[in-house]
Write a protein that binds this ligand. Sequence first.
Ligand code: FAD
Ligand code: EPU
Length: 342
Amino acid sequence: MHIQKNISLKKLNTFGMNVSARYFTEVDSLESVSELTSFLARNKYSTLILGGGSNILFTADIDGLVIKNDIKGIEKVDEDDDYYYIKAGAGENWHQFVMYCVANQYAGVENLALIPGNVGASPMQNIGAYGVEIKDVFHSLEAYHLSDAVKVGFSNSDCAFGYRESVFKNKYKDQFIITSVTYKLKKKPDLNVSYGSIQQELTAMGIKDVSPEAIANAVIRIRRSKLPDPAVIGNAGSFFKNPEVSSAYFIQLKSQFPELVGYNLENGNVKVAAGWLIEKCGWKGYRKGDAGCHEKQALVLVNYGDARGEDVYTLSENILISVKEKFGIDLVREVNIVPGIR
Ligand code: FAD
Ligand code: EPU
């Protein structure tokens, strides 16, 4: 195990924040994870696991050990009449994994094309887009407890998935390193084009025979048209979650703001589009220094170059305050703020 000192994380986070890690190491096999966990059982370090760095806002240098997870490998571990069980190493790139599944006709992840980051983080916040969430295709995962070196398996129900939530974001925060995830993918595709713009995009592409590949391509086109490419403008996708309000409160707000956007949930509440709320507070396209609110998607906060994490955090704080004042709704951040000093 090789521990490096004072390593820049600028290229390892999609916000492009120029911070450094006091200690840094990479793991690329189960042997290296086992060596790492035994080391951590003997030596006290505060730790941060890093995948693709696409859901993190660094607000300061990391005074601990950053562990970059690079475990690779994809294999079919089982199959039955209806499903293939595909196991992927935590360090596999998520989008490449999706395209591998599409090419091999393992169906179910096509709506999740082009989400940045790695396989290992996919269960962390139950990634979701265009009508599908990881929980719909998740079978199990393997992880190691960081300080007692025990290997643990988690089933779908063990992960307690919710909207951008899992047990790893709450009860077990920062306690485990996920080494692999096994997905349960359909042999016969169950195509999901329910999310409005997918059907529209397929029509625009002139596609009549819908397939997982066509859906992945449609999703890629929609995402490219809406979301800033982190290679060009630093960002971490949606900065806040879409908030949930009671239907009574939604009706009350709708009478004041007739164009308010919301979706009915099975529990009777309404999920409100945070991007709409933020836009109506006047933040869309706002920029102070190099920190800003994206001009096409108000839910995405951006770093135009040299913003500090603190600048983006302050902007997010001001957005929270104004949405609360105007609509009486508390936004919750989706992005992980590191160090978690708030
Ligand atoms: P990181 O940012 O590296 O880590 C995220 C969290 O997971 C951290 O707390 C980290 O410690 C932990 N972690 C990472 N790997 C492991 C591991 N192996 N074991 C234990 N803990 C780990 N998200 C969506 O859900 N839907 C979207 O549509 C979406 N669109 C996006 C678009 C853009 C342009 C960007 C930049 C981001 C978007 N995201 C989206 C957010 C992000 O892509 C996902 O959250 C992704 O899963 C993060 O993966 P990562 O490997 O980059 O994780
Ligand atoms: N909207 C506005 N103004 C804006 C942005 C959005 O009015 O500036 C309105 C849109 O007009 C639309 C509604 O808000 O009516 C929803 O917008 P969009 O379809 O772009 O989706 P979103 O709710 O903003 C969510 C996820 C995304 C995911 C997309 C597609 C969250 C927090 N975000 O965004 O996930 O890709 O749906 O499914 O749930 C992420 O988590 O990082 C992420 C990008």
